[in-house]
Design a binder for this molecule. Structure first.
Ligand SMILES: [Zn+2]
Length: 304
């Protein structure tokens, strides 16, 4: 899911001077950084630059005023921004699973499982996360997650099509689709299931070099069953590549669906140069697409 990136590219996404950020102890910066960048100073001390095709670094923030200076050739960019004070202890508990409620247009009754139906009679909605003005997370070279999501969705649709299934894409190109309109398409199509595809980024305080995994998120039991089939196949395909966190519960708008089994796949992270290279590798993408399609196919055929 989207994680706010402080620096998508040095020239465009630097926090504007005077920006107030929520309290953070550390955060990472990532971006497509020109080779002309020779020096980054955070609070007056040289920052550890990590450049392998892209660029990424952790910075330590202080409560109050923070200053970052970037030297690129003869140009120096200065940024001063504020970090809020630590919140009072015990505050800000995460919302409970049902706090947001289900999708308003979804019925409370789950649709019958498609077991016994022919693939040609089964409609699968594939949702490429983000799109248009919403890039999602960004790779070190500044490529939006929306691109990786659509590439993979197209491959999954191809494999499912070869198996005889009908697929519906919530977006066919780089267009912006409102979040709530995505599951609506599954309802409009009278679909059997809904699978959303995303690529991940760690939280601000996690060093992206230390975290990579895949996971499938669901909100309710019908979504979790579908997620288990998908995750099982992904874990087999990605064994020895990236670990699985398995099926996890999450309160995402696109998965809060009591009627149509829905889940969201976080395929991989794309926030280090190595992860970016893997995510945009066509052979690996086809293998992942096949795994997800096989998982969906096995769920469709299962007798539950
Ligand atoms: Zn996302």
């Amino acid at each position: 899911m989207p994680v706010l990136i402080l620096l998508a590219a040095i020239s465009v996404s630097f926090p504007t001077a005077g920006t107030k950020l929520p309290f953070l102890e550390r955060c990472y910066m990532t971006g497509a950084v020109p080779l002309s960048v020779t020096n980054v100073t955070v609070q007056g001390k040289a920052a550890d630059l990590y450049r392998t095709g892209g660029w990424i670094t952790m910075i330590d923030l202080v409560e109050g005023t923070n200053s970052i200076e970037i030297v690129a050739g003869n140009d120096t960019t200065n940024c001063v921004f504020t970090v809020a004070s630590k919140p009072a202890p015990g505050k800000a508990a995460p919302p409970s699973a049902n706090e947001y409620g289900k999708l308003p247009f979804a019925s409370d009754v789950s649709r019958p499982h498609p077991a016994g139906k022919e693939p040609a009679d089964i409609k699968i909605v594939l949702d490429a996360g983000h799109g248009g003005s919403d890039p999602g997370t960004k790779s070190p070279h500044g490529i939006g997650e929306k691109v990786a999501n659509l590439q993979l969705v197209r491959e999954i649709a191809k494999v499912l099509g070869e198996m005889g299934y009908k697929t519906i894409l919530t977006r066919e190109d780089d267009s912006f689709v409102k979040l709530a309109d995505r599951p609506k398409k599954a309802h409009a199509a009278d679909a059997e299931c809904f699978v959303s595809i995303h690529h991940n980024a760690p939280g601000f305080s996690t060093d992206p070099r230390t975290v990579r995994y895949h996971a499938v998120y669901a909100w309710n039991t019908i979504g979790s069953i579908l997620a288990e089939y998908i995750n099982r196949r992904m874990a087999m395909t990605l064994e020895g590549d990236i670990p699985t966190r398995g099926v996890l519960q999450a309160n995402y708008l696109v998965t809060r669906n009591p009627e149509i089994p829905s889940c969201l796949v976080e395929v991989d992270f794309m926030t280090t140069p190595e992860a970016e290279e893997a995510v945009f590798d066509g052979i690996r993408r086809r293998a992942i697409a096949k795994a997800i399609a096989q998982g969906i196919d096995e769920w469709c055929r299962a007798a539950d």
